[in-house]
Design a protein around this ligand. Sequence first.
Ligand code: ZN
Length: 764
Amino acid sequence: MVLNVIGYDNGDGKLTFRKDTNEICFQPPSDPLLARKMEALQRITKKLGGILFMSRYRSTSVHLLAGCCASSDASSGVCNSNGQVFDTLNSTTVYPGLYVCDGSLIPCSVGINPCLTIATAAEHVSKHLLQDALDYKSKDVDFVRGKPVEKKSLVRSWKSEISRGSAVLFKETMRGHVGGLPCAAYLKLKLNVRTTSEKTIGDFRESNPILQGKVSGHVMCSAIEMDKLYVIDGEVDLCHVDIKTPYTQYMHYRLLLAASSGSRYILEGKKVMNPFLFGLDAWKDSTTLHVVLRKISQHTSEEVMISLKGKLHISMIELLKSLFSMSGSGKRKFLHILLQSLFRTYISQVPRASQKGFTPLDPYQKNYPRSTLHEIRTEDGIIISCQQWKCNQGPQRQEEGNKPFPVLLINGYATESYCLPTESNDLVRSLLHQGHETWLLQTRLLGTNSSINMTVEASGMFDIPAAIDKISELHGESVKIHVAHCIGGLSIHIALMGGYVFYKRIASLSCTNSSMFFKITAWSKFKLWLPLIPVRHLSISMAIFGKDKSLPLFEALKASSRQKLLKSIARAMPRYERCTYDECEVLSGIFGNAFWHQNVSHKVHHWMNKEYLPRLNMGAFSHLQKICNAGFIVDTKGRNTYLIHPERMGLPTLYISGGRTLLVTPQTSFLANKYMKLHQPGFRHKRMVIDGFGHSDLLIGEDSSKKVFPHILSHIALAEKQNTAAFTSSERECQKDALSWVDDPYQDEGGFWGCASSFINAYS
Ligand SMILES: [Zn+2]
């Protein structure tokens, strides 16, 4: 009987060739476990009643490994980790085109059948081999004739790159939660080594190579994987620049992780450093890594099996440890550049790129449907406009008697629009596609009128009823209308709850970031105190403004010296995100940022700033401030005359909030949804919080048509289907369940303004 033990050895065996005798000599590797193996074999033999004979060659292998070992440098191996054979004359370079790609580059026994390990190594080598072959081609090197080539370009081993530049090495430990599960990352960062990440065009990106590098180490998330998740490929960029937000500094981490179970994960992390209020949140920003951990399919990295979000933090102690652990020749230079970059972000606030050079390539309005503009005179004598798109196409829902109801869209105050000629899709076209005739109402708040009656209340009292009358005029009295809405959603609630529009004329209501409640962020509330917004008749800005309460936004428009002064105050106001467009800077100075720049396309941003809204009407602020202070709709005198009429809201509702709060908090939709479920349980009420969106980017965002509009469309479709059918008792039961929520799961306001909000709320 043959007994065989599989295991490790010291990997120090030698195979030599004697030239003089033509003999091949083999010196077996030393085996530290030999004594224990012998003991075990003795016991087995004894049990079996036999005698143990030892083979002459104690160490044997059926899969020969090593011989051309891979190593970090030429002193201890033949090739580098990519299988490229080291140049014997110059230890920092390799022989171009010469590779080892079989078991011989694996330096020692792997303890198990090495078939798959060999295959993996070969696959790894071939990946780089392919790239090198392409490099050769691009350099026009004659492969066949073997002309000398630039050897340097082929060196990919870390070691040689470090010797070329001045690498910096340090450790970083971060702890936190991913998907609610405790998670810790123990990383080693090697900066100023070449990364393979794709380069962004031109000078849009201004990251110093010394702030980019490779990451190794491991991540522990024992609720997901018992063992460590090893970083098998990791990249970091400590100053990533995004042209959409040129003032913001991002730190990007991307790690490919492998678990012993064979599972693969991708951890993507981002630190967002905004120059908000001279860096009040700088500490929090620079020590918080927002991460997404994805488990990916082993066959294709495209397929995501789990996706968890979370945050990891570096504590003060860990940060100090990182500083002390720092080594490498470029240490001082690295610290200098990093600090310089942080100074630029928070103190000097110099943009890293300019968006001004952007000119849209395609002409706007390409394929935009034709519309009719109706001028409507309201009861109080103001002319408002309403745009009508007749539905010609649409799916096969057009049979007689089953025609979808028209939809009335009501524009909000400033930075949102339902009609985006620059984009391939918007809400207007989505609705038309579903067969709905679509109307867009520009209320008096958007006009250049500077009439006295310029309040949110007046637009609900006169504008909305006038628009609905106009639609009924064309469709017959019995028509029902769907209403979708954004910030001026306050107006539609005033119209309904004030009894100016009878709820039975409306089939359903969808609101984004507004409702009968209006909860704004602490920072926006704080802004209402500042003299910039003309809220009281005696306020400073009222004095600056004079009679004309509209502010010309475009640079090209003439502004009086009063308006210029106000604009320069607005520009100086702190805000979350800054960009290089003047109009955007003035608007966000007044309101605060209305959208996350990352969510909107260049085209929309350019169009919004240069073509959409020439003047901003500031006359409605006085009433708006009363609403903001109350947290719900009140009349111009600040009295609660609307919320006391829930019986006037007998219709299905949908309230949508952005999950990445800006201006208006998700509480707005939470309270509205609760209110409706409590007072109108016979109708379908839904609330959505959409991840990653802020305020107006819900409507003008690049991904709105995928992530936001489907909710509105399905709400409208369901409302039409259930128009006649009443709720069954079980559905009614479900609706009541929802009332037991105590806290809004989406409420989140951290950092300095989180602390400040309780203070501001208490004193306003
Ligand atoms: Zn902007």
